[in-house]
Design a protein. Sequence first.
Length: 589
Amino acid sequence: MAEKGVSINISKRLGETLVASGLLSAANLEEALEMQRSSGGKLGQLLIHKKFIEERTLLEFLSKQFGIEFVDLRGLDIKEELLKIIPENIARRYGLIAVAMNEKKLKVAMEDPLNIVVLDDLKMMTGYDIQPVFGSEADIAEAIDKNYGTKTSKEALDEILKKTSGGTTEVSLVEEDESKGGGEDLISLEQKGEAAPIVQMVNLIISSALKAHASDIHIEPSYKETKVRFRIDGVLHVQPSPPKKFHNAIVSRLKIMSTLDISERRLPQDGRTKLKIEGREIDLRVSILPCGPGEKVVMRILDSSGLKLKLEDLGMEPENLAIFSKCLKAPHGINLITGPTGSGKSTTLYSALATLNEPDVNIVTIEDPIEYNLEGINQVMVNPDVGLTFASGLRSFLRQDPDIIMVGEIRDFETMAIAVNAAMTGHLVFSTLHTNDAPGAITRIGMMGIEPFLTSSTVLMVVAQRLVRCVCSNCRETYEVKPELMVGLGVPKTILDNNIKNGKIALSRGRGCEVCAQTGYKGRMGIHEILEINDAIRAIIIDKGHVSKIKEAGRKNGMITLRESALRKLFAGATTVEEVIRVTGSDVD
């Protein structure tokens, strides 16, 4: 619920007029002005917030000062024909509602009847001359909810349930601390008996995302509506959404679940919560970002039951898997995983660590954040507020007698330098970088300021990876295309010739079914480009050779590019031409 207050800006001169009229004391005015100078805000709202003056008293005073009528909206019956003239989204955006009309004039109660821009827009939109009148901000908001949005949260929940395939699912917090809870949104709902449906609405959104195997949940406000989208197999899909009027209550519920400050709506917040859904424990990483129309929420679903920890499940080609396994067994050195956010780097790292996790091996990690807890591995989460960064954590690790070290991400010279030092002193180091391909990682390390001879003597391999969507096995169909159509994909002639049968090439696609939500895709698999650092590449690095020379040497050494890895998946019937283009569109020689 919005805090009661007057939206128009009360000047110091008007404040002094209030004092002269005996409606406000000089001391109270000076205190409010001092608060305005130090923390900002509108003087009228500060006066009401501090209870120096009643809102209606102030509105009646302003009405006389500006010669604009004040209308008490409490109990006022607003006709349906008035609601059709001004759309709900406009009413909510500008804080106004039509209260009366005649043939030429429309009387509109406004939070700020002096806003000439809004008055001009209303006149152009409605075709009426606008007669603005003062109305209480809180009363206008209540009138909008009452007359435009008559649907209760229970009715909204029932409507969403009709649009989804399943009912509500029991969702419980594994550890919930409600001592930080509260706030006007949930309190007002509890008074109306609507808190329980809001909780069910949030539970339904989360459980539906889990059933759809979504990786992220987006709850996005606009001026017209609240939109819910799930990221499924790397692509966002729109879902049945609650009415806009319940957006703040939903955000408040999520903040309470994540032990965030529900009274803070001006700054971004990040939190985390653990839930139990149908006997499964999942972690939710919650990010809240204040936008123009309201707060946007993005929740990353971390479901350890879906984590694949076998190297064979990563989707690597036999040649790549052989190189990867060989570098895992090295006594010391650096193994790097590169790729954009959401490309499966963490899964690859966790799979590598799970493979190496033995009772006689000491493995320590520093992550931001810890996405999955691995038994037998010492995991540390970055906390910059207390000085625990990747670099400081890595420096401390060297005094913990580790055999294997994993650094969530290398972002700067200091962290990279410590990683190099660890590799040179007998430790096996794993980490990630953000580069477009495997050879580009060598250039990135150089840009951080690491000497070429150190890079060449410590880096063992660089793995670049992406994720492509898999064709749905339930509605898969095979079709044939002419070989010349594949030339534009950059398919090498040798690969093309090996896949031509009877003058055609057989490919697969999904028709779309209930299993894959009519998309034709179900699940994702990795494509990989692994650059093994051999003597030829070391020589290029020491000579500060261009990245193209490193790539050329890697290809001569048998490196499979991301595009070639995707094409192998394509010709095996695992993915589609559209996915190959979408994911590897820039990886063409």
